[in-house]
Design a protein around this ligand. Structure first.
Ligand code: PEP
Ligand code: MG
Length: 758
């Protein structure tokens, strides 16, 4: 059976949503938009039937399906199947009629030498395929006859190991799966981004535009932080506008035609991307898209030579039913009144009198509702931090002690404010904004004054069901109840050090003063409170990890070694392995908890570098009488060394690996996470960090080891998008971010599923 040209390719402007079986989900949706007159770049689809004819007419079908009929638990056989399928498809000549029809259609696009994007567009039967793991092929900037090869590569992407595995697991027949390929003129975007036609979390009629230089891949992949515009959809007025530092862009290399990443020139980095009239065009596009689909849309757009193009549109699924009650008190920020500026580390706006805290013995002076202003918070300040209505520190970044604990307590905080302890004075009335990172003179209106910080956060979260688990981080056991109310799937990180540090003594001093038994019980009780609150949901408890400078502030701190750089020093598993006697008490606490029936407790080791660390820790675990066949244990991936050697750690028997991106970022970029002078360089989304994370996820998946994140970056939507696309098993977020992360995860998962049927 030979096909006519119209069977091989179909033009986008002649397609609609009914054509899904012929052109796949992506082809059908682009066709629908084109037919509706939306500005979609022109193109055609190589139909699913063409793939079918290719494998049948060339006679490779039988061998192909035989090759991929393997036991999916046998990773060697899976790899073999992928490579045999690829050889068959790529090594078989394209039948002339199909080839000719494709090249004729290509010639009809512009004047025959257009650069095109070539994208797989799977049909509905292919639901659980490779694209679920974000792997379906897309090629950009393809020109001329290379098109043929790229189409074949899209076809071959039906048979990646992961795709074969998923279909086997889901009971899908490889022979029933089809794939179409969209060929569309490339838009050499000068600017691009995404826009939400309604606010994605509140549903308000506000258009949110994210914009960056160059091709949109940089924004969608999260490798650049885009500018952000909030526009009133009815009046077109720009309500808010944040210009980001856009370090990178992606563009077509004029010589090779390849997509390359480039640094943005100095003057464009911090310049706003969009002109007022471009914003108007985008508002118009957003309105047309929402009107056409009759529901809020998430649109990918591009601008070139003043023309706006729409690359993709999909429904926004994150708007909760109870949206749009705005909870934060509004404060007009008058720049003249800003006394101090720092990083907004824990959200919320509060007012109160300043309480400067310089030494430990002054903590009593902090009263209910005061705003603590201090160089840096310490663990023993936690009781005072609970009484305070806000916290301002001179030092520290977004992952400093002050930032982590304030978020957990739900107390607004501004960190790294430089000289707040000098600029502000005791009793001075101020209003601070933990989002914007500002402290302003005077106290806001009386009703705002009495606003409880706990009330500015969403209550009774609507919990979406997600395949990727969303957990919560807990540092102070007192926060367990609040944490459990988020509906999180468990605790991804319970930091043990706060149970010890809150006694205001180093472990060694505590044991000297109160005895080993009391020390063990202190840990048992701390963990137990959280494990009870979450039972039977898992609680991952991390063994002690405090740097010596934190211990130094406590009783017994004088005995701590003097370290030139505590962040690179005697902490985490290094200290534990060096002091096996003290470590044995922590392990004994775990053993008792298991004995008491807390089978939801898991053990995590911090700051391991390699399998040697892991094997030593494992040996001590076994010696403590914990049965590793029954318990889950794992490591944090916090150093490049750990990321690069994770395979050997998998072989050492870990059940999970969890990214501590606070440390992983600091050690990868050589940026001290607590040093506000370099806070602008602390970038958890840096390509180097993402690359380490991506590789670890992949390796762990191959070894059936679960992956998670418990660093601060797990609360960032860009990171969440990246991780879900990479196939992470769970994400652990801050208490106040859990709900947003749940929705973001759901959105990404739905997009993956939708993409796989499109
Ligand atoms: C991390 O490094 O990301 C982490 C979660 O550990 P900590 O912040 O306690 O160092
Ligand atoms: Mg860490």
């Amino acid at each position: 059976m030979t096909q006519g040209a119209e069977d091989v390719v179909r033009w986008l402007d002649a397609l609609g949503s009914d054509d899904l079986a012929v052109v796949g989900g992506k082809g059908a949706s682009l066709g629908e938009m084109t037919s509706a007159g939306l500005p979609v770049p022109p193109g055609f689809v190589v139909t699913a039937g063409s793939y079918r004819s290719f494998i049948e007419e060339t006679g490779i079908a039988e061998e192909l399906f035989e090759a991929v009929d393997v036991d999916s638990d046998d990773s060697g056989a899976l790899a073999e199947a992928e490579s045999r399928a690829e050889q068959l498809i790529l090594g078989t000549e394209m039948p002339e009629p199909i080839r000719e029809a494709m090249l004729d259609a290509y010639a009809d696009l512009d004047d025959g030498d257009a650069f095109v994007a070539v994208r797989s567009s799977a049909t509905a039967e292919d639901l659980p395929d490779a694209s679920f793991a974000g792997q379906q092929e897309t090629f950009l900037n393809i020109q001329g006859e290379k098109l043929i090869q790229r189409v074949k590569e899209c076809w071959a992407s039906l048979f990646t190991q992961r795709a074969i595995y998923y279909r086997n697991e889901q009971g899908f027949d490889h022979e029933a799966v089809d794939i179409a390929v969209v060929v569309q003129r490339m838009v050499d975007a000068e600017k691009s981004g995404v826009l939400f036609t309604s606010h994605p979390s509140t549903g308000e009629p506000k258009l949110i535009i994210e914009a960056a230089w160059g091709l949109g891949e940089a924004v969608v992949s999260g490798s650049v932080s885009p500018d952000n515009y909030v526009v009133d959809r009815d009046t077109g007025e720009v309500l808010e506008h944040t210009v980001a530092d856009k370090k990178l862009l992606m563009e077509k290399d004029s010589e090779t035609g390849e997509t390359v990443e480039r640094e943005v020139s100095e003057e464009k980095r911090t310049a706003p991307v969009l002109e007022p009239e471009e914003i108007e065009r985008l508002v118009e596009l957003g309105n047309r898209a929402e009107a056409h689909y009759d529901s809020p849309q998430d649109v990918e757009w591009a601008l070139v030579d003043g023309e706006v193009y729409m690359l993709q549109s999909r429904p926004i699924t994150t708007i909760p039913d109870d949206a749009d009650e705005s909870t934060e008190p509004a404060v007009d920020e008058n720049d003249g009144d800003v006394l101090v500026r720092g990083l907004g580390a824990s959200p919320g706006i509060v007012a109160g009198p300043v309480r400067i805290v310089r030494k430990l013995d002054q903590l009593d002076k902090v009263g209910e509702g005061d705003i603590i202003v201090t160089e840096m918070t310490t663990p023993d300040m936690v009781p005072a931090m609970k009484r305070a209505s806000g916290i301002v520190t001179d030092e520290g970044g977004m992952t400093s002690h002050a930032a982590i604990v304030s978020r957990e307590l739900g107390v607004p905080a501004v960190v790294g404010a430089g000289n707040a302890t000098e600029t502000l004075s005791d009793d001075q009335p101020v209003t601070m904004d933990g989002d914007k990172g500002t402290v302003m003179a005077g106290e806001a209106e009386p009703e705002e004054e009495t606003e409880e910080h706990a009330d500015v956060r969403p209550q009774n979260p609507v919990k979406p069901m997600t395949a990727t688990e969303v957990k919560v981080n807990v540092s102070i056991p007192e926060a367990a109840h609040r944490a459990a109310q988020t509906g999180a799937d468990g605790v991804g990180l319970l930091r043990m050090e706060h149970m010890i540090l809150s006694t205001n003594k180093t472990p060694e001093r505590y044991i000297a003063d109160h005895g080993e038994e009391a020390y063990i019980e202190e840990i048992v009780e701390g963990v137990r409170g959280v494990a009870d609150e979450f039972y039977p949901r898992p609680v991952r408890v991390r063994t002690l990890d405090a740097p010596t400078d934190e211990f130094r502030q406590l009783e017994g701190g004088d005995d701590e070694p003097h370290e030139h750089n505590p962040m690179l020093g005697y902490r985490g598993i290094r200290r534990s392995l060096d002091r096996p006697d003290t470590f044995a008490h922590e392990l004994e606490a775990f053993r008792r908890l298991f004995d008491m029936g807390y089978d939801n407790v898991e053990i995590m080791f911090p700051l391991v570098n390699d399998a040697e660390d892991v094997l030593k820790a494992r040996k001590l675990l076994e010696e403590s009488g914990i049965d590793l066949d029954k318990r889950k244990w794992g490591v944090m991936v916090e150093t490049p060394a750990a990321a690069l050697t994770v395979e050997s750690m998998c072989e050492a028997g870990i059940d999970f690996a969890s990214f501590g991106t606070n440390d992983l970022t600091q050690y990868t970029l050589a940026v001290d996470r607590n040093n506000e002078n370099v806070a602008d360089r602390f970038d958890e989304l840096h390509p180097a960090v993402l690359s380490l994370i991506g590789e670890v996820i992949q390796t762990c998946r191959e070894h059936d080891v679960a992956t998670s994140i418990c660093g601060q970056a797990g609360s960032k939507p860009e990171m969440v998008r990246f991780l879900v696309n990479e196939g992470i098993s769970s994400i652990s977020a801050n208490i106040d971010a859990v709900r947003d992360v749940q929705h973001e995860v759901k959105r990404v998962e739905q997009k993956l599923l939708l993409d796989s049927v499109r």
